[in-house]
Structure formats: C-alpha cells, structure tokens
Design a protein around this ligand. Structure first.
Ligand code: 3PG
Ligand code: MG
Length: 384
C-alpha cells in the first residue's frame, strides 16, 4: 500500500475517509475515542501542506434525506478542538474546495444516495474532489461503500492513512506475526457470533480463554452443570471440536446468582457445583487469578469481549482482574470490539494496553481472517 506519510501533499487536495461514527446521546458525544484517533492523521496532512477534506458516516440514516440526529455538526465541533483549527461542515460535498491549510468536513456520507451500494458515479464524484484519497477509516474498512472502496478505486492516487496503517501493523503483530506464547481472550454472550473468530484464533494462539456466555457453552460441552445460564446447545459439538485444536482452559469456579438482576444474591461456586437454578454471570476468583497468571506469561495478548456482566459490580471482578493483568503485562497487548472498549474505560487501563483498535465489526472481521475490502483496494492501487 502507498502510505500518506510518504507522499508529497504540498498544495494538493487531499480527501481523507475517517470513521467518526461515535456514540451520541441527545446530540452530545458520549465517547470521542474515534475522534481522538483520527485527529493526528488530519494534523499530519495539514503539516504536509495539504488542503484537507474529511469524510465519514455516522449511524445508519436513510439515504437521500438529511436528518439532524445523523448530522456531523457535533463531530465538526469536537474535531475543531482536537485538530486545533476550525473544521467547517460542508452540507453539500459537490462544491467543496478548501485552500491549503484548511480543513472541511463533508456532511455524513450516508445521506448521499448510492453510498452503501458503492455506486460508481458517487465514488467518482468523491474522487474528483481530490488529488489524493486517503483511506484512514479502519473501523469502516470492512464495508465496500462509495466513500471507502469505490473512491479508492477511482481517485488519482489512493493511499493508507496513519491510523489505518497503525491498526494494520498492530493487528499483524498480535495475529499473523505474533510472538509466542500468544494468548487470546474471547468473551461475550454467544459462540455463534464469534465462531469464525474462535476458529481462526484456535489455529494461531497457544491458549484460548473463553468468557461470558461463550464459556458456558464450553462448560456444557465438557459435561459441567450450567443451570439456567445463557448458552447455545447447538454449538456444543463445535465447542468440543475447538477444544481438540487448542488449549481452552475452562473456569474452575464461577460467580452465580438466581438472575442477572440479582447481584445481591451472588455467590461463588466451583464449576462442578453449579445448581439447576443458578445463572453463571462471571468467572470466580480462582479462575481470574489463573487467567491473570497466563496473561503475565504471554508475549502476545489479544483481547475481545468481557468475562462476565461487568456493568454490574457483583459480576465485574473477573473482567477487572483480566484488565489489570493486561495493563501490568510486558507483552504486546491488542484489544478491540465495542464491549471490550467499554470495559477498558470502566477499569481505566487505556494507557496500559499496547494498542486499542478503533474497530468493532472491522476488528472482528480481521481477526476472523477475512480480507477487508477497503484495505484490499489500496493494495491493488499500490503500483499505479
Ligand atoms: C462501526 O461502528 O462498527 C463502524 O463505524 C461501521 O458502522 P456500520 O456497522 O454502520 O457500517
Ligand atoms: Mg502493558
């Protein structure tokens, strides 16, 4: 891939695709991590002397209709603070023509008809705005849409931005060229949604830690009682197959309660002693300590998904002990996925993880071993 940082951008019109799709509540940004991750790329392009245009999607609005909830107005405001320069919002992308040193944010690309269908006409319209197209939206690289893929195909020059390049480097370091021992932690509620993640990781890591509802399915597969815990009977055979391929240590103790809202009645039990009326909602302290020991010994740690219902104090200890062990680890640690980022925030370890991905779906697809279309197109354009 061509890299933005290696190109001469002086006086050039540079269009950067970022993923500025941040959570909002009543118009206020509730987590600006993606904006903080994108800002250095924009500053870098300005420092290289470019006239900068930035585009992104926000949410999933109806194409062809502007709506206030999906407008990038609050994002332009926050981005101005982070970039240290006024970021103007352009409602109509057709007429945008910034001068070198200026930054203009194009309104939500998902208002434009043809965006999600990767319409060639729309894509070449975006391409005609710029001399150089920079794909920097790792979080949207799994979408082949006009602003991620089509434009990269038809722009005069298409390259990878600094954030995209950093994400890919971190993923490669944690996955394809990982130092041993490598440990992967996959939590969350369902095996079915993480099946390809588990499959691919089982071929790459030395041990695979499962948590949340996923662990319950593995416990059931190993013949343990799981009471009325969330699990997937259809995937028990799959869980057994995975356990044949890689070491998947199962919880030795668990935190149970009569229900998810019954934190005050939480108790610790050995996995073998879970009763019919119990619901497993976290790993127990012995298990958490064992996981922490393994994390400490690992050279590479890949983390996706919590070990328990960490939003509630009674079921947060397992995920907290894991997060603290990752924070203390000397190994290379990579974390990604929505719930994981919420846990990292809750336990305040963001500065101690080697790399935190800005990708949710894109992160998972990469870990599944899939090719991200908006990355593949940059490789195709490398020699033009
Ligand atoms: C995300 O938040 O995962 C990305 O911004 C992609 O959004 P999408 O799932 O609406 O395409
Ligand atoms: Mg560390």
């Amino acid at each position: 891939m061509k890299l933005m940082t290696e190109l001469d951008l002086k006086g050039r019109r540079v269009l950067i695709r970022e993923d500025l799709n941040v959570p909002l509540r009543e118009g206020a940004i509730t987590n600006d991590a993606r904006l903080r991750a994108a800002a250095p790329s924009i500053k870098q392009a300005l420092a290289q002397g470019a006239a900068v245009m930035v585009m992104s999607h926000l949410g999933r609005p109806i194409e062809g209709e502007w709506s206030e909830e999906a407008s990038l107005a609050p994002i332009a405001k926050r981005l101005s603070e982070l970039v240290g320069r006024d970021v103007l919002l352009a409602k109509d992308w057709h007429s945008v023509a910034p001068l070198p040193g200026d930054v203009v944010l194009l309104e939500n690309v998902r208002f434009n008809v043809g965006e999600s269908a990767n319409d060639a006409g729309l894509a070449s319209g975006y391409a005609s705005l710029c001399d150089v197209f920079v794909m920097d939206a790792f979080g949207t690289a799994h979408r082949a849409q006009a602003s991620t893929h089509g434009v990269a195909k038809s722009a005069a020059v298409a390259c990878a931005g600094p954030l995209l390049a950093a994400e890919l480097t971190a993923l490669e370091r944690a996955l394809t060229s990982a130092k041993s021992p490598m440990i992967a932690i996959v939590g969350g509620s369902k095996v079915s949604t993480k099946l390809e993640v588990l499959d691919n990781l089982s071929q790459r890591c030395d041990s695979l830690i499962v948590g949340g509802g996923i662990a319950n399915t593995f416990l059931a597969a190993a013949g343990y009682p799981i009471g009325k815990s969330l699990h997937e009977p259809d995937l028990i055979a799959t869980a057994r197959r995975l356990m044949d391929h890689v070491e998947i240590p199962l919880p030795i103790d668990v935190v149970v309660a009569p229900g998810i809202d019954a934190g005050r009645r939480a108790t610790i039990k050995l996995a073998a002693e879970v009763a019919e009326e119990d619901m497993i909602l976290d790993v127990g302290p012995q298990t958490a300590t064992q996981i922490a020991d393994r994390v400490r010994e690992a050279a590479t740690i890949l983390w996706n998904g919590p070990l328990g219902v960490f939003e509630q104090d009674a079921f947060a200890a397992g995920t907290r002990v894991l997060a603290e062990a990752i924070a203390a680890s000397e190994g290379f640690s990579l974390a990604g996925g929505g719930d994981t980022l919420a846990a990292i925030d809750q336990f305040g370890i963001a500065d101690q993880v080697s790399y935190i991905s800005t990708g949710g779906g894109a992160f998972l697809e990469y870990v599944e071993g899939k090719t991200l279309p908006a990355v593949a197109v940059l490789a195709d354009r490398a020699s033009d």
